[in-house]
Design a protein around this ligand. Structure first.
Ligand code: AHR
Length: 342
């Protein structure tokens, strides 16, 4: 589900405080030179060339979970239909490698760059480098720090979910499911990723308004199943009184479920879990009664990016945030929702 409306990004509307000092520092990191940054910000966005095939660089962050695989597949699937010749890389969970991958695509003069920035800050300078090189950029799934590179000015747009709202929805469900009384372990996503920062913000905001709900520990599981299990094992020993888990993605929740079972407790009964993504594994765990609910986070950005690129190429207005709206799964609708798992 896609909204190409006029809604402005919350992040874009409030997150921009360009300080002279940080701009100079950023310009040096980006290799633009101290004077170059002001002119780069003033320059119009690079255009998308009117040619087929269009050489499109897609720099993936990692491929260690079903969400990432589904995202990459959605670009592979749309490429021929959209007239795109894809150049694809995988950063293996390293923001430094993702930067290098993108710099190599800039050096190859791709016609368009599309990527999910693994982390908000380290990936912002390369967005400016692409603009300086005249290469248009569309960010998908995760965003960059808006005080460093701004949607609509430095890159065409951010296509993605409202991660803060996802956190609100997960917390609202948990408050209801526990009648407002829970001791919670939070398994955070990759440190510095917009998905982790905003999912934490949204969830913690709602929990703070409910005096019977307490987050007793919050630690990163790097959006990975193994890491989620390991972190949960450790936290379970330190906090045997835990009654609920909020994981920033399904994979970490599935890891936590394994850890809970290994500790002789019953997921879904002794410990209630809520998470985000809506993967096939997540939906199956809801059907099995082990996972309480999952807020969908759609990974299918290929068709959306194609649509946005074609609109922008034709000169149509593209908003700085093309917002993706997400479904919600719990035991009440999981049977008929299996078709949406990936
Ligand atoms: O940025 C989206 C998150 O990244 C997904 O929730 C997660 O599964 C992925 O690694």
């Amino acid at each position: 589900m896609l909204s190409l409306g006029t809604k402005t990004s919350r992040r874009c509307a409030t997150g921009i405080r360009p300080l002279a000092a940080s701009l100079v520092a950023l310009s040096l990191v980006a290799g633009l030179g101290a004077a170059g940054i002001a002119s780069a910000a003033d320059e119009a966005l690079p255009k998308i060339a009117d040619k087929k095939p269009l050489k499109v660089g897609f720099a993936q962050t990692e491929s260690n979970n079903p969400w990432r695989l589904a995202e990459t597949k959605s670009f592979k699937d749309i490429a021929a239909k959209c007239g795109w010749q894809m150049v694809m890389t995988d950063a293996n969970s390293s923001p430094a490698k993702q930067v290098a991958d993108i710099q190599s695509m800039i050096a190859q003069h791709v016609d368009l760059l599309v990527f999910p920035p693994r982390e908000e800050k380290p990936l912002a300078p390369v967005v400016l480098q692409a603009k300086k090189a005249g290469i248009p950029v569309i960010l998908v799934d995760r965003n960059v720090d808006q005080s460093m590179a701004k949607a609509g000015r430095d890159y065409i747009t951010f296509i993605g979910s409202d991660f803060i709202d996802q956190g609100h929805r997960a917390a609202d469900w948990l408050v209801k499911a526990t009648s407002g009384k829970a001791t919670i372990i939070e398994l955070e996503g990759s440190t510095g990723a917009s998905a982790a920062n905003d999912r934490k913000k949204g969830f913690d905001e709602v929990i703070a308004k409910n005096p019977g709900m307490k987050i007793i520990a919050s630690q990163s599981g790097d959006f990975a199943r193994d890491k989620g299990r390991q972190v949960m094992e450790t936290l379970l020993q330190a906090h045997p009184d835990v009654t609920a888990v909020y994981a920033h993605n399904d994979e970490m929740a599935l890891g936590a479920i394994a850890a809970i079972k290994a500790a002789g407790k019953q997921p879904g009964k002794d410990i209630v879990l809520v998470t985000i993504d809506g993967t096939k594994g997540g939906l199956e765990a809801i059907a099995a009664g082990e996972l309480g609910a999952s807020v969908q986070s759609s990974p299918f950005f290929g068709p959306l990016a194609c649509d946005v690129a074609q609109k922008f190429a034709k000169g149509e207005t593209v908003p700085p945030w093309v917002k993706v709206s997400d479904r919600f799964y719990d035991k009440s609708n999981v049977k008929e929702s299996m078709q949406y798992g990936y």
